[in-house]
Design a protein. Structure first.
Length: 390
């Protein structure tokens, strides 16, 4: 069983690894429906899944048919729900306790400080000696970037589940890795970008794999991932998000590049999708790292540098309430698209409608192609295949 707000990338990886899958997510897109034994939709909000609806959906299934369950986004702010479902089925991934610790700012950032890992400073109240524009407001356990807001002078104190974080400009990157027995295997280094709108200026836009980072930055990311794996007992696939910043804008030595850790996603992340075409055993490796009884006959295999293919994905959102017409013909580089039905599908402004993918010999070329394809879909939706609603 795979449960995630958007399960499709993990379903594809699991099916490729030879598993049969039941998926529970918030969309039941065309690819997920086609690949799974059963696809179930459960509602969600900024906090993640509707907890009672999700537990009821899992409880209604014949659970004896499953070896266990794997999760993606949707549980970061609800580790208790993660634990509750784990009483019904074996959990293949990080424990609810590990997720709770990693997603509690006071615990996670204290650990970073004690481990001598750099991070943007956090505060429960806006510092008196700084301008409001120097900080962001974040929701503990938020995902997808929609919870991040710029701070301003009207906010000096926040509810307990929000915090201020120092705003640092730089290059957003991530490390996808497999944690196994207090060590890690590097899957790949990625770069992310935003798809901002007025309500969500830090909304996730997409990512590209196999980016070129200096040896210093790579080593800083690997070192942080190893320390945090040991600190929190991480298992299986995880991703580490960071900002790369030059200490001196005029410096040429890569030693002047430093990273600031933003968060760990202790679960399958969207960037798993960027390596599915090359890492044939990635999902199986996750299972084996979490359930050693399944053996360890496969490992993440690195590619020859001359053969590396970079893959990008970009999320397409609708800016206004839109009805997707049944006549739309999706290009073959579109995934996560809605299931075609006899009547149009209404999508609320700000919601995702699909994902576009692109592959190229370099990360910059793959990113540019994905963003261009996202523009093509936006035009397609505005040309009569997507009718704007009042």
């Amino acid at each position: 069983m795979i449960i995630a707000l958007s399960a499709r990338p993990f379903v594809e990886a699991a099916v490729r690894a030879g598993y049969s899958v039941t998926a529970i997510d918030a969309f039941a897109d065309a690819q997920t429906v086609a690949l799974t034994e059963q696809s179930i939709v459960v509602g969600y909000c900024q906090q993640g899944f509707d907890a009672e609806a999700l537990f009821a959906a899992v409880s209604a299934l014949e659970l004896s048919q499953f070896a266990g369950w794997v999760y993606g986004s949707g549980f970061e702010s609800q580790p208790a729900l993660l634990h509750r479902i784990s009483t019904l089925l074996p959990l293949i991934g990080n424990s609810a306790e590990a997720v709770a610790k990693v997603k509690t700012p006071a615990i996670f950032f204290t650990a970073l400080r004690q481990l001598n890992i750099k991070y943007p400073k956090i505060y429960s109240a806006l510092p008196d000696d700084g301008a409001a524009g120097d900080y962001l407001i974040k929701l503990a356990g938020g995902c997808g970037g929609t919870h991040i807001k710029p701070s301003h002078a009207d906010f000096y104190e926040l509810p307990g589940n929000y915090y201020f974080q120092q705003k640092i400009d730089g290059r957003p990157v991530s490390l996808l890795f497999i944690a196994d027995d207090n060590d890690i295997e590097v899957v790949g280094f990625n770069e992310q970008w935003l798809n901002p709108c007025a309500e969500s200026p830090y909304r996730y836009g997409g990512a590209v794999s196999n980016v070129k980072l200096t040896p210093s930055v790579q080593q800083q990311l690997i070192s942080a991932a190893k320390k945090l794996t040991d600190e929190f007992g991480l298992m299986g696939l995880n991703s580490l998000d960071a900002i790369v910043q030059l200490e001196d804008a005029h410096a040429l030595d890569d030693q002047d590049e430093r990273i600031f850790i933003l968060e760990i996603n202790p679960r399958l992340s969207a960037t798993v999708d960027l390596y599915a075409h090359t890492q044939q055993n990635l999902f199986k490796r996750h299972v084996q790292a979490c359930l050693p009884r399944y053996g360890s006959d496969c490992a993440v295999q690195g590619e020859n540098e001359s053969q590396v293919l970079c893959k990008a994905h970009a999320i397409v959102y609708v800016d206004t309430n839109t009805e997707i017409m049944t006549s739309i013909v999706w290009p073959d580089w579109v995934v996560d698209n809605p299931v075609q039905s006899a009547c149009g599908l209404k999508i609320t402004a700000g919601e995702p409608v699909c994902t576009v993918i692109a592959c190229a010999a370099s990360a910059s070329a793959a990113k540019n192609l994905a963003q261009a394809r996202a523009g093509v879909i936006q035009n397609l939706l505005q040309s009569g295949n997507g009718q704007q609603l009042s």
